[in-house]
Design a protein around this ligand. Structure first.
Ligand code: PEP
Length: 256
């Protein structure tokens, strides 16, 4: 079970370091209770190195929130995959709905980023999810599967460790209104079937499918106990060690 935090554009250097230290000490205090839980945090680019250092003795992987499609070049403000690997990143989020919404990121661009991540040994956390209008219009599955097809075309996935998919209904992100466990499971089952068709059941069954969208300690257990929900991508609740680790506690309980 993977519990990943997306810090978005939050925390200054001091806050980010403190948050990372608190997460590290909370995991250490939990001892073997979290043995079955995998952790990742995705801080802002400028804090990756400091957060990586603060987490160097903790079982927490480092991830970035975006990546450029090219290795290097005249792309002012962008950050490349080799830069991310050089500061210790394992994961990179691609196709987050906020990138799609505010920067008009297309499935084609998400695909370039996912391919670039894989070429450099990063694990893309590919985000997909429908808007409220799309859900109300009965198009949620079609939207999500089209996003998956767009993002994954030609992405080299040799083992289930090479990819993470996050289902993040746009209407649930930052709204406090999570998808119900049934809604999450239903869409995760669609995604799983789609991944089986693409990669074969052997690999696809183990690709982690994260749910994201207002996951909090109070609703995490019900979401995480669904068979195709393999973890969470957590936004606002990842900005406090207590709530982030509270979700991890629920994950550990679900796993028994
Ligand atoms: C996210 O944006 O990835 C997310 C899940 O945010 P929140 O948990 O705040 O809804």
């Amino acid at each position: 079970m993977l519990i990943a935090g997306n810090w978005k554009m939050n925390t200054d250097l001091s806050d980010g370091r403190t948050l990372a230290e608190n997460i590290a000490s909370g995991i250490a205090e939990a001892g073997s209770r979290f043995d079955s839980v995998e952790f990742a945090v995705c801080p802002p680019f400028v804090h990756l190195q400091a957060v990586g250092t603060a987490l160097s003795d903790a079982p927490v992987s480092l991830g970035a929130q975006d990546v450029h499609r090219e290795d290097e070049g005249a792309y002012t403000s962008d950050v490349s995959a080799p830069m991310l690997t050089s500061v210790g990143c394992t994961y990179v989020i691609v196709g987050h709905s906020e990138r799609r919404q505010y920067y008009d990121e297309t499935d084609g661009e998400v695909n370039q980023k996912a391919r670039q991540a894989r070429e450099h040994g990063l694990v893309p956390i590919v985000c997909v999810g429908e808007t409220l209008d799309q859900r109300k219009g009965g198009d949620a599955e079609a939207v999500v599967t089209a996003q998956l097809d767009g993002a994954l075309d030609g992405v080299a996935v040799n083992t289930a460790d090479d990819l993470v998919v996050a289902y993040e209904p746009v209407w649930a992100i930052g709204t406090g209104e999570s998808a119900s466990p049934t809604q999450a499971q239903d869409m995760h089952a669609v995604i799983r079937t789609h991944l089986r068709d693409r990669y074969g059941s052997e690999g696809a069954d183990d690709i982690p499918l994260l749910y994201g969208g207002s996951m909090k300690p109070h609703n995490a257990a019900d979401l995480l106990s669904k068979p195709d929900v393999d973890g969470g991508l957590i936004g606002s609740a990842s900005l406090e060690a207590e709530s982030f680790l509270g979700i991890a506690e629920r994950a550990a309980t679900v796993l028994g």
